[in-house]
Design a protein around this ligand. Structure first.
Ligand SMILES: Nc1ncnc2c1ncn2[C@@H]1O[C@H](COP(=O)(O)OP(=O)(O)OP(=O)(O)O)[C@@H](O)[C@H]1O
Length: 629
């Protein structure tokens, strides 16, 4: 098929009215760019437009591709969807949107035998997730095993930052030198144990990042192939780039003709504990000669909320520019409030009744709201269930793990979305969006070349036959955990896991697919229990009528009409110290998820507010009223 390209000067944004002038500068700049902009500036949208521009103008022409790297699966999926909506398939199929972890894992899986033997893991290997407690225990053991002079240094290493900072900042070398410090001793031991202590190897994603960097450093021909495939690299949320991830980009693309576009906001840097570099943008500008372009619009929040955000933004960075709100205010009364309640029972009861009445009064859906917490979403989940139920509402903890995968990540996973689309089509006669999504995916899974209409028609006919059978089964069988497993397995067999693995780059040859399948089955079984129709089961699966509850960290990149931040007190913010930028940034992230309204709930029974006094002072400075509940 011959592609028709648009002349760059004639190209216009797709799906939105316009781009702000600075966004045009960043879009057209031929070299690397660092696009720094506040919340709601449309950074993700900018990447979707830039991808469309490069593909449709032929500045990125076949066989070259764009590699877009995000940190979370839902962000990667969201960006891929936006590009698909904005540009035709013959262009968008050269846009790869993937998480950093999936990308590096995929390289390790594909080129396993090219990893130097000293560090090569078993095949297959397991994915390891370490929590605070077990990392702490591991560090204690490492300290006891360490030579005397290094024990004190290892004792100083914090369990939360060990992987991100200590391990992530070091390269795997061949031959690996003898450690010269406590940090090197602990790092080498960490890798050696993950690789070799058991069979199979048990690797964390940071270790996989490091192995991928080693793989490419030791195999210039693979690195060259990667550079030749992807002349354009996008990185979303660039402020969260870890030492390990930045070093991967540096090692592979520095000195090549690769054009890197990093977008992000230093004021939303809340991943320092996980190893995010404090100087990611500065490094991009120095190492890749990136042009810095600030964006100055906010498309998300109403003007009054943007004014409150600006007070917090200035506390984080006194040079923060005043941004222009492009969305109007749609509510009456305060756009932000602090609620002060004497007891937890009083607070949760008030919240539930207020949510129910606000939803009715404004004709809003549960998913227009989000309850945010600093941590321990499970505890708030337990506390809120009964009062919410009494008001006819349900909440769901999106941070909860389903098997090995957080619910939020599961729902945005490609395979999970395909299963849901098929089950939706099995439970109702018509769902054009689900059909379109599924039939396009089936065509990709069956590897049908673009333009082969006869093969497409055959694949569609097979899909229709499969769905007719599925619909019959779902009509004849009432939802139950057992029935849910049976129908999900039928869908998975039809999709063909091997084809899924070949088609979706994130699954590579490793265990992610199994983790997702296990999560889908487990969550579907739970959703099929206590409902009378399959549609209700799928609504429960997707949480359509449930108010999401999540940590601030999980809320990054998302937006809601109204956010309620619960637990703005010393107890929930136990680690916060006045002046701590990362805590203030978390507060800023929470506040800036709101389109129309932000509520901060303080309960006297939960804790004091001396450590967090500065956050209340900022709200006071911004004119946010405090209401007694
Ligand atoms: N040029 C534009 N015109 C109209 N709406 C836009 C434009 N760009 C973005 N939007 C909308 O504004 C909202 C915020 O965009 P987006 O999520 O891309 O912001 P962001 O900069 O990534 O925000 P954050 O850093 O807070 O996650 C979205 O609803 C998006 O659809």
């Amino acid at each position: 098929m011959t592609l028709r390209f648009t002349a760059p000067d004639d190209w216009r944004p797709r799906g939105i009215d316009a781009l702000e002038p600075a966004a045009w500068t960043a879009l057209r700049h031929p070299g690397s760019t660092s696009v720094v902009a506040g919340p709601g500036a449309g950074k993700t949208e900018f990447l979707a437009q830039k991808a469309t521009y490069l593909l449709e103008t032929g500045l990125c022409r076949p066989p070259f591709q764009i590699l877009a790297i995000s940190f979370k699966g839902d962000a990667a999926g969201n960006l891929a969807d936006r590009v698909k909506q904005r540009c035709p398939a013959e262009f968008s199929d050269r846009f790869t949107s993937i998480t950093f972890d999936a990308f590096t894992k995929n390289l390790v899986d594909r080129f396993h035998t090219a990893i130097p033997a000293e560090w090569r893991p078993t095949k297959p290997y397991e994915i390891a997730f370490w929590d605070y407690k077990s990392t702490n225990y591991w560090l204690t053991r490492a300290r006891l095993a360490a030579p005397e002079p290094w024990k004190a240094e290892i004792e100083e290493i914090g369990p939360s930052s060990f992987e991100g900072r200590t391990v992530g900042a070091r390269r795997m070398l061949v031959p690996h030198p003898e450690p010269r410090s406590g940090a090197e001793f602990a790092t080498t031991r960490w890798w050696s144990e993950q690789r070799g202590a058991g069979d199979p190897s048990n690797l964390t994603f940071v270790t996989l990042n490091r192995m991928a960097e080693l793989l490419l450093r030791s195999n210039p021909q693979i690195a060259n192939a990667l550079r030749a495939t992807y002349p354009f690299i996008f990185v979303d949320e660039f402020q969260d780039t870890t030492f390990a991830q930045y070093d991967f980009l540096y090692s592979v693309f520095r000195g090549s003709s690769a054009v890197i576009t990093g977008v992000g906001d230093d004021k939303q840097r809340i991943m320092g504990w996980a190893g995010a570099r404090p100087d990611a943008f500065a490094r991009l500008e120095a190492d890749f000669h990136a042009l810095r372009v600030p964006l100055l619009f906010n498309f998300r929040s109403s003007p009054d909320l943007v004014a409150i955000q600006h007070v917090v933004a200035r506390a984080l960075d006194p040079s923060s520019p005043q941004v222009v709100a492009k969305t109007g205010k749609l509510i009456d009364g305060d756009v932000a409030q602090i609620w002060n309640s004497p007891t937890c029972a009083q607070e949760t009861r008030h919240l539930a009744t207020w949510l129910a009445s606000d939803m009715t009064r404004r004709g809003r859906r549960p998913r227009d709201y989000a309850i945010l917490v600093k941590q321990k979403a499970e505890a708030v989940d337990t506390e809120l269930r009964a009062p919410m139920a009494a008001s006819g509402l349900r909440i769901r903890n999106e941070s909860a793990l389903v098997g090995k995968v957080p619910l939020q990540d599961l729902l945005s996973d490609s395979l999970c979305r395909l299963v849901v689309a098929a089950l939706r089509l099995g439970s109702v006669q018509r769902s054009p969006a689900a059909w379109q999504y599924l039939s396009a995916a089936v065509s990709a899974l069956r590897a049908i070349p673009p333009g082969d209409d006869a093969a497409d028609a055959r694949a569609e006919a097979a899909l229709s036959r499969f769905l007719a059978g599925l619909r019959k089964d779902m009509t004849e069988t009432a939802p139950s955990a057992e029935a849910a497993v049976n129908i999900a397995e039928a869908v998975l067999t039809f999709l063909d896991p091997a084809a899924v693995q070949r088609t979706y780059v994130e699954y590579g040859a490793g265990s992610l697919l199994e983790i997702v399948v296990e999560g889908v089955l487990q969550h579907l079984m739970a959703s099929a229990t206590g409902v009378s129709t399959w549609s209700e089961c799928l609504d429960a699966f997707e949480g359509l009528d449930q108010i999401p509850l999540m940590t601030v960290h999980k809320s990054k990149g998302l937006e809601y009409d109204t956010i309620v931040f619960m637990g703005l007190d010393d107890q929930a913010w136990w680690a916060h110290k006045p002046g701590d930028k990362e805590g203030l940034a978390a507060f800023f992230v929470a506040l800036s998820r709101a389109k129309q309204r932000a509520i901060f709930a303080f309960c006297q029974q939960r804790g004091q507010r001396s450590k967090v006094a500065e956050l209340y002072a900022l709200l006071g400075q911004a004119g946010v009223p405090e209401i007694s509940i």
